[in-house]
Design a protein around this ligand. Structure first.
Ligand code: UDX
Length: 472
């Protein structure tokens, strides 16, 4: 039978922490000779064009095509999760159906790699058009496993989480009985009532994910083997290929060209901060970044500000234009206030080249929200963390960082200036040796896993072979 080049269709959720890892995998598959169609929402596509030189990208990846589709919201509508989640599924399904009968994709798609946060539209379209769907969950394995138990948590009365029960251990998630307290459950569990629409969205999409033929995770076996093994009860095939940002720099199939990690960024990077880092002492700087979605009230920002300044360590702090929640005030004014207070103590930028920052010799610690990409990047760079989880998977991740992998500290629900100061001092001084011993070991495993012959490297090769075999 004819052996054609596979054509993989990517369907990321429209947010930075999702687009970036899916785009990395798409580049790798394109590099392996596959045809790739990467479908963004129109809103994300416009933003991506700010960071991608499309002509240069196209020269580098001639088999790669971007398509854009509506997300179901009017052009100038806010695009926070509460608005996106109800609209995205039906808009995506309608667009996919149109594309799969159009000349662009008709009869050529080998498989769809769909974001595991919203796989239902791809699974439905996949069934209708007889195209296999692989789910790429951008969360950790531990949070993916937790999310599969949301209905059970509700049945057992452990969710919705009440304030008075925050420190009770969770009992009904196999393998996590002695790890998670109710406060460590995903933020969606802190709702008023079980029928909450966002909680329902996650329950429905987790069920839909079971219709995928395989699961792809941006993690590595040496870190999450016990949780990955649990997930094999749901998926016969799981490909752990992380830390994905680093695997994209290794050679694939003996090809001599290397892939630099370049794309997938939706903000303009301030590269001057690297020059500032060059002037700082070895491992002295705390890098502070809360990812792409999380925002804080000005009062909360002030607590971080005082804590950081009082710790006495220099810091590089990312404050995006939308990081400060403003009711009536002016976020520009609030930012100037923070800049004034931190003058001479640290540097504030609106977006940093995070992978490069974490790999810089001057960076000694990472104050993070505990987003999974950030944890993978920090782990690979060997930088210990303080996690301040806010939404989504971050609560689970931060518990694992501090209690299971022991490569950092968990500041969950205690964001006062004195706690910030104490934790920074602990990370950079008092508890540093103990944490670094663990971090050095985990970082070594992360780096090995993405090298030729390493676990994630091998799993990526298997994924490539398995997709190729779908065309025969
Ligand atoms: C969210 C979730 O919290 C995350 O766990 C999930 O997997 C995806 O959705 P986000 O909040 O954006 O993502 O955090 P994170 O997963 O850490 O991703 C942020 C990405 O933006 C990282 O790859 C990071 O390198 C990049 N970044 C962030 C920059 O390049 N520069 C910055 O200044 C800040």
């Amino acid at each position: 039978m004819e052996n054609l080049n596979p054509h993989v269709v990517f369907l990321p959720f429209p947010a930075q922490g999702h687009v970036k890892p899916l785009l990395k995998l798409a580049e790798l598959l394109s590099h392996a000779g596959f045809q790739v169609t990467f479908i963004n929402t129109q809103y994300i596509h416009r933003r991506l064009l700010l960071s991608i030189d499309v002509d240069a990208f196209q020269r580098r990846f001639p088999n790669f095509h971007f398509l854009s589709i509506p997300d179901g919201l009017p052009p100038h509508h806010p695009r926070s999760l509460e608005y996106l989640l109800p609209s995205i599924g039906s808009a995506t399904l309608a667009a996919l159906r149109r594309l799969l009968v159009s000349d662009l994709l008709n009869r050529t798609a080998t498989c769809i790699i769909a974001d595991g946060i919203m796989p239902s539209s791809a699974v439905t379209a996949g069934e209708e058009f007889r195209i296999p769907v692989l789910a790429f969950r951008t969360f950790s394995a531990c949070c993916t496993w937790t999310n599969f138990h949301l209905s059970k948590l509700i049945e057992e009365g452990e969710v919705p989480v009440q304030d008075k029960d925050m420190d009770k251990l969770v009992t009904c998630i196999p393998g996590l009985e002695n790890v998670l307290r109710r406060r460590d459950l995903p933020s969606i569990c802190r709702v008023q009532k079980a029928g909450d629409p966002i909680l329902e969205f996650f329950i429905k999409e987790a069920k839909a994910m079971l219709g995928a033929s395989a699961l792809i995770l941006n993690t590595f076996d040496e870190l999450e083997a016990p949780m990955v093994s649990k997930l094999t009860s749901f998926f016969s095939k799981i490909y752990t290929i992380g830390p994905l940002h680093a695997i994209s720099n290794v050679r694939i199939n003996d090809d001599r060209s290397h892939l630099a990690s370049t794309t997938g960024i939706l903000w303009r990077e301030d590269r001057d901060c690297i020059t500032w880092l060059d002037s700082q002492p070895l491992e002295s700087v705390v890098f502070v970044s809360f990812g792409s979605i999380v925002s804080f009230a000005h009062d909360q920002m002030l607590e971080f500000c005082h804590g950081l300044v009082n710790s006495g360590n220099p810091f590089l702090w990312v404050i995006r234009p939308d990081s400060i929640i403003v009711e009536d005030g002016d976020s520009g004014q609030l930012l100037m206030d923070l800049q004034e207070r931190t003058k001479g103590k640290g540097l504030i930028v609106s977006w940093a080249p995070q992978e490069q920052v974490l790999a810089h010799r001057a960076v000694g610690g990472f104050l993070t929200h505990g987003g999974w990409n950030s944890i993978m990047e920090s782990t690979h760079a060997g930088v210990p963390m303080i996690c301040c989880p806010v939404i989504s998977d971050q609560q689970v991740n931060s518990r694992f960082v501090s209690e299971v992998w022991r490569v950092g500290l968990d500041m969950k629900d205690r964001y006062e200036r004195s706690v910030v100061e104490q934790m920074v001092r602990d990370l950079m001084e008092a508890k540093r040796d103990e944490i670094m011993t663990m971090m050095d070991g985990v970082a070594e495993q992360a780096r090995e896993s993405v090298k030729q012959g390493g676990s994630s490297y091998r799993n990526l090769q298997i994924l490539i072979q398995d997709i190729k075999s779908m065309t025969t």
